[in-house]
Design a protein around this ligand. Sequence first.
Ligand SMILES: O=C(O)C(=O)[C@H](O)CO
Ligand SMILES: [Mg+2]
Length: 258
Amino acid sequence: MPRFAANLTMMFNERPFLDRFAAAADAGFTAVEFLFPYDHAPDVVAAKLRAAGLTQALFNMPPGDWAAGERGIAALPGREAEFDAGVDTALTYAEATGVKRLHMMAGLVPADDPAANAAYRRAASVAAEKLAAKGLDLLLEPINGRDMPGYFLNDFDKAAEIIAGLKLPNVKLQYDVYHRQIIHGDVLVSLEAMLPIVGHVQIASVPKRNEPNTGELNDSAIFAALDRLGYDGFVGCEYRPAGVTEDGLGWLQPHLTR
Ligand SMILES: O=C(O)C(=O)[C@H](O)CO
Ligand SMILES: [Mg+2]
C-alpha cells in the first residue's frame, strides 16, 4: 500500500496553511508535503505536525524570489552564495520537522547553457554533502515545460544522467508521474527502470492535475506497480482538487490503513 502524503500547498487550501495539517490528518493522511515552510518559524510548523500526528515527507529548499517568478536558483550562475545559505535554512526546518528528503529547484535557465549545467552540478554536490551529514536525501525533479516554461531540468534522462555522474548515494530522483506523462509518457516502464534512483514519487491526473484516476492515466495501476516493485517511499498527492478537497478523496479510501 503506497504511503500517501497530502500536498498542503495544493490540497486543503480552503483554509490557512497552518490549519491544513489537522485537516489532512482528519481526512486520514499520515504524512504531508508542501512546497515551502519558510513563511512560518520552524518550531511552529513542527508543532502543527506533532499535534496532528503527521510525518513530514518532503519540502523544497528556498527557491529564490518566488513572487518575482523565480523557480529555484541551483542552476543560476552567480547565485552560489545565496543557494548555499538556503541549504542551511532548509536544514534548520529539516531538523525541526524530521523530514528526510529535500527537493532542490533548478531555476529558469536554458538546459543547454554550459554555465548553468556547471552551477547545477556544483549546487547538487554542495547540498548533497550537507544533507548527507544530517542523514537526508537530496531530490532532483524534472518539471514539464508547459507548466514551467524555461525550467532547466525538463528531462528525466538528463536527471538520471546527472545523478549517475554525481556518484553520491543520497542524490535521488523525484519522480512526478504528472510531469513524466507530459514530458515523455511511458510511465510504468520508466518507473520500473528508474526505481533504484527514485527517492520520492508524486501523483496527479493528466492533463488537469486533479485527483488520481480522473485523467488519461490509470493511477490505480501505477499504485499497484509501486507495490509490486517494492517501492517503500512516499507518494505525494501533488494535485489541485477539482472542488472541495474532502469531496474528492474517494480515491484514497481503499488505501487508508487506519
Ligand atoms: O511542481 C512540482 O511538481 C513540484 O513538485 C515542485 O516542488 C516544484 O514546485
Ligand atoms: Mg512535483
